[in-house]
Ligand binder design. Structure first.
Ligand code: T4K
Length: 371
């Protein structure tokens, strides 16, 4: 039994004294928001760090998703995954778009490209895919399908900060990618998010949209919203960026340790690292299968009883929630892989300050279930 609860994650915070000078600047300037100096610096620093052309900061990932769909004027039906955080699908409905759920690939937990074409109808305008757990979607296949059918591609990259695919940023794929800097993410600014886009014109439209549609003091270009990131969050982001490499290295050690301890445990399945991917170690999902003596929920409860708060990301499937379950694409027969994975998944604690002794404790508790 752990003295202190072990949560699925714990936000990384830089040493407080390093943040004070940033706060002093904000207190001096009295510029708190509306594209202040830290906001501008952070946008540039993120583009450089991530290796992308343009990026617009947001107050959170959900508003960034909602705005990304607005920016591309997406309508009608959008193909998406049921295996994600509910914000992915809610963003469609906030834009009066009908979600069409398609099953996932068990190797990555991302949209199965082989299942996309049969879900396309004359109303389909886009694909909204999720780089789940930081695993890249089948980006080339998805782009091929999108090109054939004239669809736009938006990636919910909330889990994919810093992930590289074939030696370049994963965020360079698709028409837009959306990041989350929420407290529970690998890179956090307390709350925050961003849209990554390839061209200056789209970036400008997104900048109008996130600022009520204002182009200047008296001109409103679009029915925008308030999605702006504050100077506090932007300043924190600038500082967090300096620590990010160390955050990833610490996470990698935890990931290695879990793989070593659980890799050959009967009834526990782990996703294999993908070739040509430089990972961010955002989550450590395991899948509790029939060879394990406990059902997934029994293991979840057993760990909780011992102060270990693993989480069932992503259970229930989004398609099971009351506002979605009546859609024909939400029927379980349409989503057998996602349905199965949602019933088996348990995300184990992983964060930079997680003591290896605690990882041992988690894996010992799992192994003890074997009796
Ligand atoms: N798309 C995807 C694929 C996403 O995963 C998300 C967010 C979004 C879009 C939307 O992005 P944002 O609008 O959030 O920027 C959490 C997060 O709230 C959510 O951001 C995240 N996905 C989702 C996967 O997980 P909960 O309800 O599980 O969070 P919560 O509060 O239970 O936190 C989990 C654990 O983390 C706690 O047990 C303790 C620890 N924690 C949490 C917070 C908030 C801390 O130690 N400190 C904290 O401040 O949803």
């Amino acid at each position: 039994m752990s003295d202190k609860p072990i949560y699925v994650t714990q936000p990384y915070l830089p040493p407080l004294e390093e943040f004070i000078p940033y706060l002093e600047q904000i207190w001096d300037s009295k510029i708190l928001t509306n594209k202040g100096p830290f906001h501008q610096q952070f946008e540039r620093a993120l583009c450089d760090y991530l290796g992308v052309e343009h990026l617009a900061l947001f107050t959170n990932g959900t508003l960034a998703l909602v705005t990304a769909l607005q920016a591309l004027r997406i309508t009608g039906e959008v193909i998406t995954t049921p295996y994600s955080f509910v914000a992915t699908t809610h963003a469609l409905v906030w834009n009066n778009i009908k979600p069409v759920f398609v099953d996932i690939d068990p190797a990555t937990c991302t949209l199965d490209p082989d299942k996309i074409e049969s879900a396309i109808t004359p109303q389909t305008t886009a694909i909204l895919a999720v780089h789940c757990y930081g695993n890249p979607c089948a980006v080339e296949r998805i782009q091929q399908i999108a090109d054939i059918y004239g669809l736009r591609v938006i990636y919910d990259a909330a889990h994919a900060f810093g992930v590289k695919y074939r030696d370049e940023s994963l965020l360079r794929h698709g028409d837009l990618s959306v990041l989350s800097f929420h407290a529970t993410k690998v890179f956090n600014t307390f709350e925050g998010g961003a849209i990554v886009c390839p061209d200056a014109k789209t970036k400008q439209r997104i900048d109008y949209l996130k600022n009520f549609g204002f182009a200047n003091e008296i001109t409103v270009m679009a029915t925008g919203i308030n999605g702006k990131m504050s100077e506090f969050n932007a300043a924190l982001g600038l500082l967090q960026l300096k620590h990010f490499q160390q955050i990833v290295e610490a996470r990698q050690k935890i990931d290695d340790l879990y793989r070593y301890r659980l890799g050959s445990m009967p009834g526990i399945a782990i996703l294999d690292p993908l070739p040509e991917v430089s990972r961010n170690y955002a989550y450590f999902p395991v899948f509790v299968q029939p060879g394990f003596p406990l059902a997934r929920d029994e293991l979840y409860q057993r760990l909780r009883d011992r102060g270990i708060f693993a989480r069932r990301y992503f259970f229930p499937l989004i398609s099971e929630f009351p506002m979605y379950r009546n859609l024909s694409s939400a029927q379980r027969v349409n989503l057998p892989v996602a349905d199965n994975m949602a019933r088996e998944v348990l995300c184990l604690p992983i964060y930079p300050n997680l003591d290896p002794a605690m990882v041992d404790q988690v894996t010992t508790e799992i192994s003890n279930a074997h009796g």
